[in-house]
Design a protein around this ligand. Structure first.
Ligand code: 13P
Length: 255
């Protein structure tokens, strides 16, 4: 990563794990281990854990994120959560367009874009996830897939707003599979994402965007992945649920 140009960010994506009590315990265990981190540390947690998580991390350097948000301010959208609701409880970040949302809940680039625009308008910082399926990589269309996602997900996002956007490159075949992209594969696509941003905006704007890698990142491979110039952090699933492992990744990003 290039810390001179952009922030290193390690974010946990807890997915559908941990009750509010368990969330408090895990965050209390993580906090002292990451207190001297030289990178941003975020935990993105289930909606019902948010209040407990914000309370548990008060006065620490851990920031709290949600795992999704709706684009409407309010209305007849059973089961959805608005940006205003997240803001009021003190959420700063929100994961959007995660491949599990795309795969299991019908999210499209259009809805990811609507959510991204709404999050930015509300003053939340979206972590926008992109990534190719294994089949798409095998068919050699990784770059087409990523270019399309970046263009559509960030459609109508201004250069000013882009300053608050984090991109997470998560190859779908590497998520929860124990199969990590090699550091060269991660670098190749993260660099490609930055080149796309430079085309859509300009080089300076692109250079300032934090681009994370996600997909089986852990305490054993974080050093190598984060040594790459365009890999500015990680979006961590499984390993973010174990305090020591998450802290070790934060340490790797702090170097
Ligand atoms: P794993 O780290 O469990 O592979 O999950 C990655 C991920 O999907 C983070 O958003």
């Amino acid at each position: 990563m290039d810390k001179a140009k952009r922030k290193a960010i390690i974010a946990g994506n807890w997915k559908m794990n941990k009750t509010p009590k368990e969330a408090t315990a895990l965050l209390k265990a993580i906090a002292p281990l990451v207190a001297d981190a030289d990178c941003e540390v975020i935990a993105c947690v289930p909606y019902v854990d948010l209040a407990a998580a914000i309370e548990a991390t008060a006065g620490t350097n851990i920031k709290i994120g949600a795992e999704n948000c709706h684009w409407a301010e309010s209305g007849a959208f059973t089961g959805e959560i608005s940006t205003g609701m997240l803001k009021e409880v003190g959420v700063e970040y929100v994961v959007l367009g995660h491949s599990e949302r795309r795969q299991y809940f019908g999210e499209t680039d259009e809805t990811v874009n609507k959510r991204t625009k709404a999050a930015l308008a509300a003053g939340l910082k979206p972590i926008v996830c992109v990534g190719e399926l294994l089949w798409e990589r095998e068919c050699n269309i990784t770059e087409e897939v990523i270019a399309r996602q970046i263009k559509l997900d960030l459609w109508d996002v201004t250069e000013e707003e882009l300053k608050n956007v984090v991109i997470a490159y998560e190859p779908v075949w590497a998520i929860g599979t124990g199969k990590t992209a090699t550091s060269d594969q991660a670098e190749e696509v993260c660099a490609f994402i930055r080149a796309q941003l430079a085309k859509l905006y300009n080089q300076d704007a692109a250079d300032a965007v934090t681009i994370q890698y996600g997909g089986s990142m852990n305490d054993g491979n974080a050093d190598e992945l984060l040594s790459k110039v365009n890999v500015d952090g990680g979006l961590i699933g499984g390993a973010s649920l174990v305090a020591e492992k998450f802290a070790a990744i934060v340490k790797a990003a702090s170097k």
